[in-house]
Design a protein around this ligand. Structure first.
Ligand SMILES: CC(C)(COP(=O)(O)OP(=O)(O)OC[C@H]1O[C@@H](n2cnc3c(N)ncnc32)[C@H](O)[C@@H]1OP(=O)(O)O)[C@@H](O)C(=O)NCCC(=O)NCCS
Length: 120
């Protein structure tokens, strides 16, 4: 049994609701699937409506409620997604992941050009 895990997902406040969180998790899922993972699990605070919705949109289901899981005393849900993804879903994740990588490359090239321009 090979299990993937998602933890410590955070997007800067200034950049939320732009699908960056979804793109990051999609990318990780695409890699897990290609590496032969059987499932992916994560924990999320039971009151974290945004994160719960994000994971559910990606196909995670609530597997278990973990009572007083956090030091704050709050409960968590363990969420689970089983591999393999459907071929359509896998293709979608691969495409999202490729798009993100492309955007990252473009942004890096842009930063490089800006730095070079400043240097001249
Ligand atoms: C949770 C978090 C990572 C989401 O990142 P994000 O890049 O803003 O999320 P996305 O733009 O990919 O959101 C995808 C979907 O998730 C849901 N969602 C995300 N944030 C939401 C919010 N604040 N309230 C309600 N739904 C939300 C929505 O359904 C959204 O789809 P929509 O934009 O079509 O409505 C970000 O809010 C964050 O860093 N929060 C603090 C840390 C945290 O709670 N991490 C999760 C720990 S398990």
């Amino acid at each position: 049994m090979y299990r993937g895990y998602v933890g410590m997902l955070v997007v800067a406040r200034t950049h939320r609701k732009l699908k960056l969180g979804s793109a990051l998790v999609s990318r990780a899922l695409a890699v897990m699937q290609s590496e032969g993972a059987d499932e992916c699990v994560l924990e999320v605070e039971s009151t974290n409506v945004g994160a719960l919705r994000l994971y559910q949109n990606l196909g995670f289901i609530r597997d278990k409620r973990l009572e007083r899981y956090y030091l704050s005393g709050n409960d968590a849900y363990r969420m689970k997604l089983l591999f393999p993804l459907s071929p359509e879903r896998a293709a979608e994740l691969e495409a999202q992941s490729a798009k993100l990588a492309e955007e990252e490359e473009e942004a890096a090239a842009e930063r490089k050009r800006a730095a070079e321009k400043q240097g001249t």
